[in-house]
Design a protein around this ligand. Structure first.
Ligand code: ADP
Length: 420
């Protein structure tokens, strides 16, 4: 019952009492002296009845409240994901049963710690195992008003086992507005998925290694045969082209797995990014058919980067631009500067990316055009690796794409002068 209803009911009963009680008394008791005496009793009766009714209503309200709280508690506790609630002073004030299980803690009180202490105790790290900046905890960002989804991290359980978790965090505002009073953080155990991904990468890496030798042999013999043939042999040219394509795929798979499983240190050197873009585009020119490849260098762009890795990024973006614009058209690479960053964007007038698939194109092995009429091959590893490489350099990569109109992929790298 709402407070308004209670107040209205009270007003109604009180009004009825005032209007009717004297008449009832007059009808029931003829003697005026006795009637006067009964007035006090009548007053007490009213107080008693309203007190009993109010008591009943308040008790029912409190029971409803308790039931609701228990329902919320049971819901949070039965969630498969771990939930941590952090208050404004950056202290964990609540945790559900899954959180206790995920962290192999002794019980809920074991988790109710200041956030910094929690991060220390459970060894919270980035997903690649590197240390997290003190302000990098998602709960802190949520307390500052940000909603973060789909982040990843590593934790060490109380029993010493490392777990890989997906993390999301959101601010909770009282009444839905104002500064957040709480942050709710959800952790999902993704260790199994991670292990599966590692197995997949290892398998692909082994398979690629196994393909490498026979491919090299076939290639060498095909070239030998071609040399022995006096005239140009179309079948041999086909074999050569296809072997070349297979070798490229195998090479790509090997590079990805080498980079992901272990990862090589970056070998940074200082060079001009614009010049590199020009060189890569020149090298790819023979592979494009019917495209006009343009390079616009708006400003010198000195960077301190791993030349070989960045070349892979540029080559991958240009390769995709060519591949996904089968009707030709202009492909333009623009090199510019923006603040302390060098910015490279590759624009094509190709098929674009279906809108509902755009969110996933940086995922490893994801191919947005698989199963459509615009499936031009590929294994879906180029963008994943490009993002990783650019990220390790402290840059960003993103895209804009309009289905049927074209796509622009852009990445940034910190300019060399600004890197102390
Ligand atoms: P691959 O090109 O080998 O499939 P990538 O990781 O480089 O792998 O790209 C992933 C997917 O993103 C592609 O399969 C394609 O669906 C989409 N994509 C990438 N670049 C473009 C582009 N320029 N135009 C349209 N789609 C693209």
């Amino acid at each position: 019952m709402t407070p308004l209803r209670i107040a209205s009911l009270y007003a109604l009963v009180a009004a009825a009492w005032i209007l009717l009680s004297d008449r009832l008394l007059a009808a029931a008791v003829r003697d005026p002296a006795m009637r006067d005496g009964l007035q006090t009793v009548k007053g007490w009766a009213f107080v008693l009845v309203t007190a009993v009714v109010l008591y009943g209503l308040v008790r029912r309200g409190a029971a409803d409240q308790r039931r609701l709280e228990q329902q919320v508690r049971a819901t949070i506790d039965s969630m498969a994901d771990a939930v941590l609630v952090v208050d404004r002073s950056a202290r964990i004030v609540d945790a559900n049963r899954s959180a206790v299980e995920l962290l192999a803690a002794d019980g809920k009180p074991d988790l109710l710690l200041p956030l910094a202490e929690f991060a220390d105790r459970f060894h919270v790290r980035k997903s690649d195992g590197s240390p997290l900046a003190p302000d990098g905890l998602l709960s802190l960002r949520a307390l500052a008003g940000e909603t973060v989804r789909g982040s990843e991290a590593m934790l060490r359980r109380a029993d010493g086992r490392d777990v890989f978790v997906g993390v999301s965090s959101a601010p909770v505002r009282e009444g839905g507005h104002g500064a957040p009073g709480l942050a709710v953080t959800v952790l999902r155990d993704m260790s199994e998925l991670k292990r599966f991904e590692e197995m997949r990468d290892e398998f692909l890496s082994t398979a690629a290694h196994e393909f490498k030798t026979p491919l090299a042999v076939i290639k060498a013999y095909a070239q030998l045969l071609q040399k022995r043939e006096q005239a140009e042999s179309p079948p041999l040219a086909v074999i050569n082209r296809q072997v070349e394509r297979l070798s490229r795929l195998v090479q790509q798979l090997l590079e990805v797995s080498r980079f992901r499983l272990g990862g090589r240190e970056l070998r940074r050197e200082r060079y001009d990014l614009g010049e590199q873009v020009r060189q890569v585009v020149e090298r790819m020119r023979p592979r494009s058919g019917g495209h006009r490849l343009l390079v616009a260098e708006r400003a010198p762009a000195p960077v301190l980067a791993d030349r070989e890795r960045i070349e892979q990024v540029i080559a991958n973006l240009v390769d995709n631009a060519v591949k996904f614009s089968p009707r030709g058209g202009d492909i333009e690479a623009v090199v510019a500067r923006h603040g302390a960053e060098a910015v490279v964007s590759i624009h094509d007038a190709g098929v674009g990316i279906p809108r509902e698939r755009q969110a996933r194109i940086f995922e490893r092995y994801y191919r947005a055009h698989a199963g459509t009429a615009e499936d031009y091959g590929g294994i879906g590893v180029g963008l994943d690796m490009s993002r990783e490489i650019v990220g390790r350099h402290g840059g960003r990569i993103w895209f804009e794409s309009e289905p049927g109109v074209g796509s622009t992929f852009t990445f940034t790298l910190p300019l060399a002068e600004t890197e102390a």
